[in-house]
Structures are given as C-alpha cells and as structure tokens.
Write a protein that binds this ligand. Structure first.
Ligand code: ADP
Ligand code: MG
Length: 394
C-alpha cells in the first residue's frame, strides 16, 4: 500500500472527516440492508478508541444536486447509533454554519453524520468550492468508501486537497490488499467467471483478464452474444448485435493466447421474461424463435464446476442468469456452490454478484466479497481509482 493508511496518521483529539459508503437500500424510510454500515465500523470504532472527533459523510441515492426529503441520512444515523451503542449527531446540512457549529461542540469520541453529500450540486462535479467547504470541517480526511473510489467527486477526491492529511481507511485498505494480491500475483490456475447482463458493460474487464487468466468462463445475458458469434440462433434472448464481431475477436484472442474461453453448451430458455414463464433446458444450437435464454444449463454448470475445482484463484463478476427469479437462479447458485466447495482464493466483485452469493447463503464461504461494484470492476481492469489516487502517499 503506497498510500497513507489510517494507522499512519495521528488522529488523537483531531477532527477526522471520513467518507463512508452509506448508500444503503431504503424502503419507506427504513434501511433494508445494513451491510454497508457494518462494513464501515472497523474504521469508525478505531477512531472512537483513538479519541478522535469522528465526522462521517456519504451520498445516498440520486437526489440530483438538490435536497430530497426521502434521501436524508437520518435513518442511517439511527442504524449506526444502534450498532455503536452511542448517540450519533446528525446535521441537516452537509456544509455551512449548522455543521460547523455542531462540530465545534463535539468532544473526542463523538460521532457526527453530515447530510447527504449529493444534495449539493458541487458533489458530482468535484467542485473545488464545495470540496473546500468540506475540508474546512476537519483536520484529517479518511476515505473509506470503496464503492465510490472509481469516481472523483468532491467528497471522495477533491476534499483531500483541503485538509492537513488524507489517508485510506481500513475498508479500502482491506479491499485493495486482498484483491490486489489475487489479481497481481494469482495462484494458478487463475480462473475468471464473467456474467451479467451485457457484454458492453464488461468489455474492459474481459480484455484485461484475457491477458492474465488460464480460463475465462462466460455466462449470463452476455453469453448470448458469444452464442450468436458461434453462429447459433438466440431467439428472443437479450443480444447485443453490434457486439457479435467483438465476441468473435475475443474468442480468437483467447485461442491465440491459449486461454480456455468456456461458453455455455446448454441454456435454460423461457417463453417470456417472467418468474412464472414456461421454461426448459436446450442445447445452445436449439434455441427456438419465441424463446429466450435466462440461465446456463446443467451441462454448462458441470463443465464450469470442473474448471473451478482445479483453480487456485477465482475471480467472479456477473451472475450466470436472471438469479432474481428462482427458476433462473440455478446456474448462479450452483456456480456459487462450486466456489464455496473449492479450496481456491475466491474473490467476488459486482453488486449483483455479491447479492446473488448472499441470496445463496454462501457469503461466509468466499475469501472476499467486494463492497464495490463499479470500483471492483475498475480495479480488476488494472485501472487507477481516482479517489484513492487523491490521497497522500506514505
Ligand atoms: P454485477 O452487478 O455483479 O456486475 P451485472 O449488473 O453485470 O452484474 O448483471 C446482473 C444482471 O444481469 C442481473 O440483474 C441479471 O438478472 C441479469 N442477467 C443475467 N443473465 C441474464 C440473461 N440471460 N438475460 C437477461 N438478463 C440477465
Ligand atoms: Mg449490477
């Protein structure tokens, strides 16, 4: 880790502004999944123990640069307060007089949560004025919002220029160290499993991984474009026609590099994109008009499981099928089970993939499940994360 970490800065008695990722799902004002709050606790608890004044900030949803009552962070402050078993001061503004006064009254060990950073139009523009106002609230800045590291916003990047010191928190440190180890120095065979809806979302990661892996297993909606590239009909399946040539090139590239690019040999087709649609397993050359592929089939799962069993390092991004519907979740669940059963280092990236592993009840069986969807994808591609770059070097 070439960036300053939390342990490298003296926080005692200081005002420490921590960018956390409290972008949690809300339903009728209730937090329905508190995983992200939980993930921020190591850093928060450490700062409390070190007698810092802990000032937290996060975005929540997409308020579009204006105040949206339903996207205030009050319910999150409540969840955090319950977990910490101490009061959490919540301000109604993000910057300005109100937070400044509340912060001036803080004692060491106190925790304060600022209002949603995206209520300010300067947040997503990385506006220096807003970044400066944030920086003025604190002495030290700590970024621990891994899920937002791929974006240079005022609260994730710009603010670092307006404090005495800027360091990474424990969550980001853990993400970067665990995934960095796996990606930069993988035990072999190194296998990547890429699925999800669209090839176009994953081109960068496929192109980067093809240089590194021994096998690349393709599933999900994007497999259809590869199936079409092999000359088969795909019926009503999700298909990106303008990416068929790219899929052909990727197949050739893999062959030239000796990478085992594994594609579905059978799929579960349905007569509608619906949970209760009629469905059946067919070979990839048997997808009829009026049917769409919504999951990989059992023969494919068997092939993929054999490759997974041999692997030393496995990177997984993108579900194998429409796992939100039980009838089309089997491929994803069985691949998750194969990962759980293997002795390999298993790294899961991607918001939906992480959700799928949790839904299968296998989250404790994986080496690492990233808290960042887009950020982990960017990291797998070997690209810099701007919000980490913005922090001080050691
Ligand atoms: P991640 O968030 O893990 O990166 P993606 O967002 O790329 O994953 O893809 C997840 C989505 O892909 C899910 O909503 C899933 O329903 C969808 N999906 C998977 N397989 C198919 C398919 N065969 N047809 C249509 N959508 C699919
Ligand atoms: Mg997704």
């Amino acid at each position: 880790m070439d960036k300053k970490t939390l342990k490298d800065v003296d926080v005692k008695g200081k005002r420490v502004l921590v960018r956390v990722d409290f972008n949690v799902p809300l339903e009728d004002g209730t937090v329905t999944d508190d995983t992200r709050v939980e993930a921020a606790l190591p850093t928060i608890n450490y700062l409390i123990e070190q007698d810092a004044k802990v000032i937290l900030m996060s975005h929540l949803g997409r308020p579009g640069g204006e105040v949206k009552e339903e996207l205030r962070l009050d319910p999150v402050a409540q969840v955090l307060s319950n977990k910490l078993e101490q009061a959490v001061i919540k301000t109604d503004d993000t910057v300005g007089d109100e937070p400044q006064e509340a912060i001036s009254r803080m004692e060491t060990g106190d925790v304060l949560l600022l209002e949603n950073t995206r209520f300010n139009p300067g947040e997503k523009k990385n506006d220096p004025e807003f970044a400066k106002q944030l920086g003025q609230l604190a002495d030290i800045y700590v970024n621990d919002a891994f899920g937002a590291t791929h974006r240079a916003h005022a609260s994730t990047a710009g603010v670092a220029d307006y404090v005495d010191e800027a360091a990474v928190g424990f969550l980001i440190q853990n993400e970067l160290e665990t995934m960095g180890q796996a990606v930069k120095n993988p035990g072999q065979p190194f296998v990547a499993i890429i699925g999800g809806a669209k090839v176009s979302d994953k081109i960068g990661v496929i192109e980067a991984l093809i240089e590194k892996v021994d096998a690349l297993l393709i599933g999900g909606g994007m497999a259809n474009t590869f199936i079409a590239a092999q000359g088969y009909e795909t019926g009503d399946s999700l298909l990106e026609e303008d990416k068929i040539d790219l899929a052909k090139e990727l197949i050739e590239q893999a062959e030239a590099k000796g990478v085992n690019l594994a594609l579905p040999v059978d799929v579960v087709v349905a007569d509608d994109f619906a949970a209760d649609a009629e469905h059946k397993v067919v070979a990839v050359d048997g997808i009829e008009a009026g049917w769409q592929a919504l999951d990989v089939g059992p023969e494919t799962v068997k092939n993929y499981s054999d490759i997974i069993n041999q692997a030393e390092t496995i990177l997984w991004n993108g579900p194998m099928g429409v796992f939100e519907m039980d009838n089309f979740a089997k491929g994803t669940n069985q691949v998750a089970q194969a990962l759980a059963d293997s002795d390999a280092t298993t790294i899961i990236g991607g918001g939906d993939s992480a959700a799928a592993v949790k839904k299968a009840g296998l989250e404790n069986e994986m080496t690492h499940i990233s808290t960042g969807g887009g950020a982990s994808l960017q990291f797998f591609q070997g690209k810099a994360l701007p919000a980490v770059e913005a922090l001080n070097d050691k």
